[in-house]
Design a protein around this ligand. Sequence first.
Ligand code: PDD
Length: 287
Amino acid sequence: MRIYLNHRFVAETKAVVSVFDHGFLYGDGVFETVRAYEGRLFRLDEHLTRLKESARGLNITLPRTLPAWHRLLYQTLAINHLKNALVRITVSRGTGPIGLDPALCRKPTLVIIPRAFNGCPETPHRKGWKVAIASVRRTPSQALNPRIKSMNFLNNILAKIQAKGNHADEGLMLSLDGYLTEGSVSNLFLIKRRRLYTPAAGLGILEGITRQVVIELAKENRIPLHETRLRPSDLYKADECFLTNTSMEIMPVVKADGMKIGDGKPGPITRHLHEAYRAQVRFECGI
Ligand code: PDD
């Protein structure tokens, strides 16, 4: 695979950044993951806008204009002969002497890592995932704006470690005051009496691009949607539950903290929304 590093494409073995990069030293930077379907990057503008906003939140000026990003990302796919792929964009503060002051770094480091991706295997989608609520809480917005998709994912990583320790596939994090926020790499939706519920953005979540598509689809499909506060008990008592992100799209959840959700099988509204999601992808990507 050819990796884009700063100004050129290099072989994977040559794609190395300095030990003085502040992304490495302090997690000082932002990232984004975009998915390509049959050569088209889905909701690219939304991802690039979020990347730009994340960078702005850290006072990093995103190098290049948005049209230049478009060209560069499509070039990345072309050079690697990729049609179906995940593309990881990383923009770090850059290289500079040790010390927190951003002024120590002259220019951001830019990395684009593509990989072939034809979607998650069907089995997990058919069987559904197990989730576990982690003891580690979501970083509150007052400490770090969760809209900044930063290179520091430590509390999410701790939630993932705990989930795996509990034989679950994904760890959910609560806010400091005990409301459900999101998964370590995903947004959360619950269904109760044919209504859709998702933690409100104000609770301190990363507002996923996939989440936004689901919100739009719920409106189109006349499924009432509530962006609200949800407690763990709402999760345990839900009829259906699913998680969303760019790579897995919509993942049904069948167990939470060892308890069955609904009848313990992926639910019909979840399946319907996933079909609608895939149709939307095909429509927007011209497949
Ligand atoms: N991010 N919440 C968190 C904490 C996430 O890390 C992610 C995805 C999401 C879903 O966002 P979207 O629907 O835009 O993919 C929600 C993973 C780590 C990534 O982008 O690689």
